[in-house]
Design a protein around this ligand. Structure first.
Ligand SMILES: Nc1ncnc2c1ncn2[C@@H]1O[C@H](COP(=O)(O)OP(=O)(O)O)[C@@H](O)[C@H]1O
Ligand SMILES: O=C(O)C1=C[C@@H](OP(=O)(O)O)[C@@H](O)[C@H](O)C1
Ligand SMILES: [Mg+2]
Length: 172
């Protein structure tokens, strides 16, 4: 049975949509960041602070590969950077998996992240002006990798339920 992989920029809703899609489909979900935190027995912020981003990216790759080797069906919510490092984007396609880019505009991402940045070490220290500029540039840089997904679902202006319904329709 296949795996459903959700990807996209920080704040696009990967973790939230993975959990809600799981409730509707009864397919178990895992959040890659949560898996990393459980494995490292600490938070993403602490991993960045104590070991740096390169260490985090290695761990992220290892845990992603481990999950893909698991034969159980599952919904996987990636971290925002997962497809952009360690050739992880090459793992988005395969017979047993379907990858979906949750595509959000800069405004949507900014509105969600401005109120929700403390646990995201890449943006935690930024003021609103810095954050908006960062998202615009960073999203542009990362789009190449996000566009490697098999499907795209636009999330702007949609409720959690609408996005989940769009994904269910896509998978039918
Ligand atoms: N329509 C929506 N779809 C998904 N998330 C939403 C929506 N509206 C508000 N949110 C909020 O936006 C944030 C999305 O964060 P999260 O699911 O952690 O994203 P990601 O894992 O992609 O970084 C959450 O705080 C969530 O409650
Ligand atoms: O975009 C990124 O590089 C990151 C996104 C985060 O996940 P979310 O996209 O779930 O916030 C988390 O993996 C880490 O803070 C790095
Ligand atoms: Mg998340």
């Amino acid at each position: 049975m296949r795996k459903i992989i959700l990807l996209g920029y920080m704040g696009c809703g990967k973790s939230t949509i993975a959990e809600n899609l799981s409730k509707i489909t009864q397919i178990p979900f895992v959040d890659l960041d949560k898996m990393i935190e459980n494995k490292a027995n600490t938070t993403i912020s602490t991993i960045f602070k104590e070991h740096g981003e390169v260490y985090f990216r290695k761990l992220e790759h290892q845990v992603f590969v481990e999950l893909l080797h698991d034969t159980e069906p599952m919904i996987i919510g990636l971290g925002g950077g997962t497809p952009c490092y360690a050739n992880n984007h090459e793992l988005l396609k395969g017979e047993d998996r379907v990858s979906i880019y949750l595509k959000a505009s800069i405004d949507t991402l900014f509105n969600r992240l401005a109120a929700n940045k403390s646990k995201r070490p890449l943006i935690a220290q930024m003021n609103d002006d810095e954050l908006k500029e960062f998202i615009a540039k960073h999203l542009f840089d990362r789009s190449y990798f996000y566009n490697q997904a098999q499907f795209k679902v636009a999330v702007d202006g949609k409720t959690i339920e609408q996005t989940v319904a769009d994904i269910v329709a896509l998978l039918a």
